[in-house]
Write a protein of this length. Structure first.
Length: 83
């Protein structure tokens, strides 16, 4: 009979532990949801980035130059590390 009582106590302890974890996680989710609602209410709206129509050619030139540098570096790496 001792084995049966030990098994019964183990199952009760397991149920208590799982119940505690379930309640804790439920309270955590509710708390985070409430905090999110409060922060959304008081947080300022994000600033919209100002678009400047005078500089569309500068990034394109930099991208072309960057691609050329990356291509040269990749070519040099592949030449040095051939098997």
């Amino acid at each position: 009979m001792q084995d049966f009582e030990l098994l019964e106590e183990g199952l009760a302890l397991m149920g208590l532990g799982m119940g505690f974890v379930f309640v804790f996680l439920t309270v955590l989710v509710i708390t985070i949801t409430l905090m999110s609602l409060v922060l959304r209410r008081f947080a300022p709206e994000p600033a919209k980035p100002a678009s400047s129509p005078s500089a569309p050619s500068a990034p394109a030139r930099q991208d072309d130059e960057l691609m050329a540098v990356i291509g040269a570096a990749l070519h040099r790496y592949r030449q040095r590390h051939r098997r």
